[in-house]
Design a protein around this ligand. Structure first.
Ligand code: DC
Length: 224
């Protein structure tokens, strides 16, 4: 019997975060949102006035950046150089910067090691873009969660509605741009691993998706 590494990849708005949290809760596993790490790098770089294609500047940021996740009453928190940045990394500006900077090898290499370290003890649900393809190619169970562009845009818009003045149209445009950036980049592009179970959540509720995942995992032996 062993604790599993479970990966959930997919484009933005597919429901990865919600599903990963519930799945991890059911299994009593840890949940790790790897996009938050790219957002953490983006926040630092923006504060230092560095462009997303400035490799030397990004390398400098990464070399002095210490990020870790802490599990508290309010859920997962991201600590960056001793400050809690959890509530600062969800802006549209950071989303776009993180997507652009995530195409740079210097950023990906820096985060690759960190992510693998976080998986060392197993018993983790990892959410991201390349978790099943690059970071954990030997993961025990891999999922690729997708949904139509319209559905994903609407979900993201509803999520952001109270915090942003963005219209549905501009959210649709941002998602399209990020999809393109994330799938077209040379290293670790967003795609389903060959051995991933693909789930289209367009017409499924969160609980339907989690149930499907649990039935795949249920065929495996795991310990809590
Ligand atoms: O999941 P998210 O929207 O918070 O991720 C923000 C950006 O980070 C995303 O547009 C691409 C990048 N990312 C990545 O390249 N690889 C990952 N494993 C996770 C996120």
């Amino acid at each position: 019997m062993k604790r599993l590494i479970i990966t959930i990849d997919g484009p933005s708005g597919a429901g990865k975060t919600t599903v990963s949290k519930i799945l991890a809760g059911r299994l009593e596993y840890r949940y790790i949102d790897t996009g938050a790490l790219y957002r953490g790098v983006a926040l630092e770089a923006i504060s230092a006035d560095i462009n997303p294609d400035d490799d030397a500047g990004l390398e400098n940021i990464c070399s002095s950046l210490k990020m870790k996740f802490v599990y508290g009453e309010k859920g997962l928190r991201l600590i960056s150089n001793d400050s809690n940045i959890t509530d600062k990394i969800r802006t549209p500006e950071i989303s776009m910067f993180a997507s652009a900077a995530s195409a740079r090898p210097v950023v990906r290499n820096f985060l690759l090691e960190l992510q693998r370290e976080l998986g060392r003890e197993k018993g983790v649900v990892f959410e991201g873009r390349d978790m099943g393809t690059v970071v954990f190619p030997d993961a025990d169970v891999k999922f690729y969660l997708d949904a139509s562009h319209k559905t994903r845009s609407l979900r993201r818009y509803q999520e952001l509605e109270s915090e942003t003045s963005q219209t549905l149209k501009s959210v649709e445009k941002d998602i399209k741009r990020r999809d393109k950036n994330d799938s077209a980049r040379d290293i670790a592009p967003l795609k389903a691993a060959e051995d991933a179970v693909i789930i289209d959540s367009t017409h499924l509720s969160v609980h339907d998706v989690v149930d499907r995942m649990m039935s795949v995992i249920g065929n495996m032996r795991y310990i809590k």
